[in-house]
Design a protein around this ligand. Sequence first.
Ligand SMILES: Cc1cc2nc3c(=O)[nH]c(=O)nc-3n(C[C@H](O)[C@H](O)[C@H](O)COP(=O)(O)OP(=O)(O)OC[C@H]3O[C@@H](n4cnc5c(N)ncnc54)[C@H](O)[C@@H]3O)c2cc1C
Length: 282
Amino acid sequence: MEADESTQDIVIVGAGISGLATALGLHRLGIRSIVLESSENLRATGFAISLYFNAWKAMEALGISQHVRSLGDRFQGWVVTPISSGNPPKEMFFPESEEYEVRCVQRKSLLEALAGELPDGTIRFSSKLVHIELSGHYKMVHLSDGTILKTKVLVGCDGVNSVVGKWLGFKNPVKSPRFAILGLTHFPTGHGLGRRFFQFFGNGVRYGFISCDQNTVYWFLTHTSTEIDKKNREKIKQFVVTKIKDFKDGWSDPSLLRILLKRCYYQNLKNMRCDVYIGRCC
Ligand SMILES: Cc1cc2nc3c(=O)[nH]c(=O)nc-3n(C[C@H](O)[C@H](O)[C@H](O)COP(=O)(O)OP(=O)(O)OC[C@H]3O[C@@H](n4cnc5c(N)ncnc54)[C@H](O)[C@@H]3O)c2cc1C
């Protein structure tokens, strides 16, 4: 095993939203840190994320709010529709004030915005933490390639199955048997869906879509089923189609989600920017 040449002041594990935001916050205060990331590059799993009022306070503090604002249209409110009861949709509009700013941005763009503000060399990719031990006041951080880093402060931002959390004695995450199937669908000439977050629920299904910008729609479907083959994309598509086959969402018949899904698969074949992810919500 190799010991790294120097002692680090602060090592952050995980270059997700929390790890990069922590590193950037420290950098703005003039404090150097390094971020260890197990992947070879920034991970964008999840496709898009809605940034609500508290997120904008954090963006302001990190000095990237103007840049991140340019990544997603401000949306005006929610429309929530029960799919089976025949009840009318419920609409809620946000007041115009800054306090109620909400935007949906692509996760990859958000990660790039955070990473782009960090000094070169801050993020160390392909650096997977596997083990931690104490050495006096220091932490010895063991990576999967045999490297050992010595640090005064270790910050765990390594997600739901955190190695740092386990070392600290945190309980294992509680798993919910609810799956999410997510996608981004690209409309080169604009989607025309407006700037509201549409959600539909009933019969164990919840699905929705939201505009990130005038060309991109983020959509999701969640369900309690456990018998789905997560790796078989054709089966995932079939699963969604079956679950929504009788739904009428007012956009198209039988459902706009079906169009988003179909288009997403078509675009994927053409190697365009769109994908489907299925994961277990914890
Ligand atoms: C599918 C999905 C959709 C979501 N949608 C929304 C949303 O719309 N709005 C919202 O507010 N929240 C949403 N969330 C929740 C929010 O996105 C997550 O809470 C957020 O991504 C957590 O960020 P994080 O930086 O803590 O962890 P993560 O994003 O999980 O990042 C952890 C990073 O640590 C790295 N890592 C893990 N283990 C190691 C290791 N041993 N060594 C080195 N690196 C390691 C990983 O590769 C990863 O890059 C969603 C979550 C998921 C899973």
